[in-house]
Write a protein of this length. Structure first.
Length: 310
């Protein structure tokens, strides 16, 4: 008797918020971000707080939502996975499963009509931010991410990301009132500079990867690989996104934990992941490029391991 393949578990869709709630949330976020420097003029403590908060959010998107939940570029324990999901929920870009499901659909249908973030198909502004406001993408398609939808705690984070994000904002306010950012930083100033402004900037910066990261008509980018899509490497965007701007590299070999393939392609996310791997927090970092990818990209051959020389 031949063994039969067990039926695939269907998870369906998870509803997190209505499209009108999404729209209101973004209007409030960007409105407060614009008002921040007018309500609370910049000081060095506030600027440093904003930079640190922005870096945390960008790492959450690029390392956790993108390289882990979307592409499984490294592994970690289940408790660490939960902590990473909670940290990344501070980025203001929905939950981990929503983000990963949309991104996987993007890769599966790149530059085709079903690609939600293709400038070729939908125009620059629609691919930048307009698609987020569409009814079609408001719910999480869990069947696109069955590998993570099986974890109840990750489903919980995905559903309650707004609550987690607001809890993070309250924590920033609490730290400020306790004097953690210095005697001159009030709770209100810390909330605006440590939450609203960096969160809004992070949303816009990641959106630039979707739009100008697939729009080669603008200067300041290059294509290392002749992929079937319009992806472009943009050095400045790579700095702002902690590595996400090496988008042509990523579309050639998305399974990699590193997006900067050459030594001069700075990838801050990858450097932090290497540190976390060295500390034993994560493991099985997929950072070795296949030789055909290296050859195609004009990269130097990978250095041989000591074990390979014995």
């Amino acid at each position: 008797m031949s063994a039969t393949t067990p039926p695939r578990v269907r998870y369906g869709k998870q509803v997190t918020e209505s499209i009108n709630q999404t729209r209101v949330r973004y209007v409030i976020l960007f409105g407060c971000a614009i008002a921040t420097p007018f309500l609370f003029p910049p000081t060095w403590p506030l600027v440093l707080l904003a930079v640190a908060s922005y870096a945390l959010r960008m790492f959450g998107v690029e390392a956790i939502y993108h390289r882990y939940f979307s592409h499984r570029a490294f592994k970690c324990s289940r408790p660490v996975q939960f902590v990473l999901a909670v940290i990344a929920s501070q980025c203001g870009q929905h939950g981990p499963l929503w983000w990963a499901s949309v991104h996987r659909v993007h890769h599966q249908n790149v530059e085709q009509p079903d690609d939600p973030i293709s400038p070729r198909q939908h125009g620059l502004m629609q691919s930048h931010v307009g698609w987020v406001w569409c009814e079609r993408y408001k719910d999480t398609d869990l069947d696109v991410v069955p590998d993570f939808a099986r974890f109840p705690e990750i489903l919980w984070v995905n559903k309650h990301y707004t609550l987690l994000m607001l809890s993070g904002a309250f924590f920033i306010w609490l730290l400020a009132t306790a004097g953690a950012f210095g005697p001159t930083v009030t709770g209100g100033a810390a909330l605006m500079w440590g939450f609203f402004l960096p969160t809004a900037l992070g949303v816009q910066t990641v959106s630039l990867v979707n739009s100008i990261g697939h729009f080669g008509h603008l200067p300041g980018g290059y294509r290392r690989f002749d992929t079937d899509d319009d992806s472009v490497n943009r050095p400045l965007l790579a700095l702002l996104t902690m590595g996400g701007g090496w988008h042509n590299n990523h579309h050639r070999y998305g399974a990699s934990a590193r997006a900067g393939f050459a030594w001069y392609e700075i990838d801050l996310t990858y450097y932090i992941l290497k540190l976390l791997a060295a500390l034993g927090i994560i493991r099985d970092l997929r950072d070795q490029l296949p030789e055909d990818v290296r050859e195609e990209g004009g990269l130097a051959p990978a250095a041989a391991k000591v074990s390979d020389l014995r």
